[in-house]
Design a protein. Structure first.
Length: 194
């Protein structure tokens, strides 16, 4: 492992993984606040100084203004092994123990470290208030309850979801996502439910 000038390292143009928008900003902030972590998790490069593992960290280090970074050279890997490493380094095999995180960790800290976390009910309620009032159906106002469903979309699925949702709004003659989802589920239940 060695400390090198950041300008010596070349990003991998064939890296299939990326971080965008606010998550990238969180990574930059994380590096600024805890740069020592980079020595514990160095950027992995091949003999040509092309990144095999840590492309987004390299980009974030540049954004954070770092002049040097820790690297680990993987010179012994074949071309096929390098390609395999690029993917395997980015695969998330594990899962989070959400109960343990909720009981043993501070959610604000976890979120500031880049983890998408749950929100206590009070925070969700205050966000609903900030968004505005929801107009409940007139016939059942007394027994209505606000329920929230969170969708996790990535950069591939989000544009498709928005496109499909707009088309479904036309089909079902709805003017918001909640009513559209309700109509689609109702139709599917009537078709296949009991």
């Amino acid at each position: 492992m060695e400390l090198v000038k950041i300008t010596q390292i070349r990003p991998n143009e064939n890296n299939p993984r990326f971080i965008k928008d606010y998550k990238f900003k969180k990574l930059v902030t994380s590096i600024k606040e805890f740069p020592e972590m980079l020595k514990l998790r160095p950027i992995v490069v091949n003999s040509d100084m092309v990144v095999l593992g840590g492309n987004m960290r390299l980009k974030a280090c540049k954004e954070a203004g770092l002049k040097e970074v820790w690297i680990l050279k993987a010179e012994e890997l074949t071309e096929a092994q390098q390609r395999e490493f690029i993917v395997k380094d980015n695969v998330g095999f594990g899962e989070w123990d959400w109960d343990l995180l909720a009981n043993e960790w501070n959610s604000v800290q976890l979120e500031s470290w880049g983890l998408d976390v749950w929100q206590p009910e009070e925070e969700v309620d205050s966000q609903i208030e900030e968004i505005g009032e929801y107009s409940f159906p007139e016939d059942d106002l007394e027994s209505s309850h606000v329920k929230m469903i969170q969708l996790f979309l990535n950069t591939k699925t989000e544009p498709l979801f928005k496109k499909w949702e707009l088309k479904l709004r036309e089909i079902y003659k709805t003017d918001n996502l909640t009513d559209t989802v309700y109509e689609v589920i109702k139709k599917e239940f009537n078709n296949y439910g009991s």
